[in-house]
Design a binder for this molecule. Structure first.
Ligand code: NAD
Length: 506
């Protein structure tokens, strides 16, 4: 029989992964929660400047050899990594569920979307093929090639602890760069498992590093001259800070920010279908998705018909922990975030929006300390309200009414964010008008969450993206490589004479 002391749960202490080894943290530690129980699941180190510099140094030391490794060999590491993710997908999904709170199947879906980027990166020899022009002038050839940029850093959010890092590092590494990942301090364990799998796949020490931490770690990555490029995904204020700071320090930056994704529902849409699509898109993963639909714009007489179908569905939403079957939505990530989201619902009520379904006080039996709330839906929301203008990032849907498609379009286009958007309609002309005129990076036609596949690129417009290139797909290869164009002549008739006029290659 075990003693009381032995029965006390030992809280795991997480480490960094630097130079191919797991490295114990020192100094400050942060708490990682199990959102379904409200208990502490682990403690994660919050790296100081010195540890952050150590991770950068490891990536810097590994760079020359990895950059010189043939793309074919780099791809083979990716192939092995791909297989390892597949065999460890259950473990990865379980870790994600435990620290994030999303349902197991949802977590598995995230792993698969990340895996697809690794599969894209397996094709790197083809993707890095350059361009060649023979005889651009007499006896002169010219070619363009792509070379790695150097040490790359990735700073990622809590809501996709495996997929978002995998939007970045597989392509960066396959392109010949080395990488320092700073995952979210709220759910860092998935990144550590990915590091273990990369090591098992044969990736040389230092090519991939995981630096756990918060602002101190990020600031070191943004300012250290050895870091050449920074990829960021997170909230808009932090994205703007990352973009400004890192670019001032001479780095190339892509910083993806927050969102308020609108779904426009035309009067000719199938309301059942539109309501079901809204349910998954607004309440899946407790609304903590950058592509979640958080604003529905009902056009013409669609509003009342939509609400009739939607409201009972929101009331019936099955909320519970990922450890049990049959639930549709899990908890929010932390207690602070739960309070923030509930507070937004209070704000909406005070602003005069009609709270049709109120999930603020919902409790899950046996999980009273978990960070749960039920789905909420507001109707008759006006564009001046904070619940419309600000990103809530929780299970709160706001419904607006618009007299026609033009007004719906102007609402979407007038919003500060432009990540994704969707239209539900049976009318091809309306869909085309919407697709052509809407100011957003990703558009769905009768598809509520139009997340592009790994071989296309993902990113928003307006204040949902700082920088010019989207992530993964062709833009990912562009971001993680520098273009070099060579012009060559091998003279065969004596020495070349000095040319003082602009060469015209004739
Ligand atoms: P966040 O901005 O709070 O944190 C993101 C990362 O930045 C974390 O690693 C965090 O440690 C770090 N960070 C936070 N504050 C910082 C600061 N002041 N200085 C330096 N680094 C800092 O975001 P989050 O709460 O983890 O994630 C949710 C947000 O991410 C939402 O706004 C969501 O829309 C956005 N998101 C966007 C996309 C996209 O593709 N556009 C994808 C996923 C999530």
């Amino acid at each position: 029989m075990s003693t009381a002391a032995e029965q006390t749960t030992v809280i795991p202490v997480l480490e960094h992964f630097i130079g191919g080894d797991f490295v114990a943290g020192s100094g400050t530690f942060g708490e990682v929660y199990n959102p379904a129980s409200g208990e502490i699941a682990a403690r994660a180190p919050l790296a100081d400047r010195e540890t952050s510099q150590r991770a950068i140094a490891a990536a810097h030391d590994a760079l020359a050899e990895w950059a010189a490794t043939p793309a074919l060999k780099r791809a083979r590491v990716m192939f092995r990594f791909r297989d390892l993710i597949e065999t460890h997908s259950d473990e990865l999904a379980a870790i994600i569920s435990r620290e994030h709170g999303k349902l197991y199947d949802d977590a598995l879906g995230e792993v698969i979307r990340g895996l697809e980027v690794v599969e894209f990166a397996c094709g790197i020899p083809q993707l890095l093929k350059g361009e060649f022009s023979e005889n651009v002038g007499t006896g002169i050839d010219s070619w363009s090639l792509r070379q790695p940029v150097g040490v790359c850093a990735g700073v990622t959010p809590f809501n996709f602890p495996a997929m978002v890092p995998m939007w970045m590092f597989p392509i960066a590494i396959a392109c010949g760069n080395t990488f320092v990942l700073k995952p979210s301090e709220k759910d860092p364990s998935a990144a550590l498992l990915l590091a273990r799998l990369l090591r098992k796949a044969g990736l040389p020490p230092g090519v991939f590093n995981v630096l756990n931490g918060a602002r101190d770690a990020v600031d070191t990555l943004l300012t250290d001259p050895r870091v050449a490029a920074v990829s960021f995904v997170g909230s808009t204020p932090v994205a703007e800070y990352i973009y400004t700071t890192a670019s001032t320090h001479g780095k190339r930056v892509q910083a993806l920010g927050g969102a308020k994704n609108h779904m426009v529902i035309m009067p000719d849409a199938d309301m059942e279908q539109a309501a079901r699509a809204l349910m998954g898109a607004a309440y899946g993963s407790a609304g903590e998705r950058c592509m979640a639909i958080s604003a529905a714009v009902a056009v013409g007489d669609a509003g009342d018909r939509l609400m009739q179908v939607l409201a009972p569905m929101v009331r019936d939403l099955k909320v519970g922990p990922s450890s049990a079957d049959g639930f549709e939505m899990g908890p929010l990530v932390t207690r602070e975030h739960l309070h923030k989201v509930r507070n937004y619902v209070d704000i909406g009520v005070a602003e005069g929006a009609e709270l049709v379904v109120d999930g603020r006080e919902m409790k899950v039996p046996g999980h009273e300390q978990g960070f749960f709330m039920g789905g909420c839906v507001f109707d008759h929301v006006s564009p001046s309200m904070r619940i419309y203008n600000e990103e809530i990032f929780g299970p709160v849907l706001v419904v607006l009414r618009a007299e026609n498609l033009e007004r719906a379009l102007s609402l979407v286009n007038g919003h500060e964010f432009g990540n994704g958007t969707a239209i539900f309609t049976a009318d091809g002309r309306a869909a085309r008008q919407f697709t052509h005129g809407v100011e957003a990076g990703m558009v769905g036609i009768n598809v509520p969450i139009p997340v592009p596949m790994a071989f296309h690129s993902f990113g928003g417009w307006k204040r949902s993206l700082f920088g010019s290139l989207h992530v993964h797909g062709p833009d990912g290869v562009r971001f993680y490589t520098r273009l070099k164009t060579v012009t060559a002549r091998w003279p065969d008739q004596g020495p070349m004479s000095a040319e003082f006029t602009m060469p015209t290659m004739t």
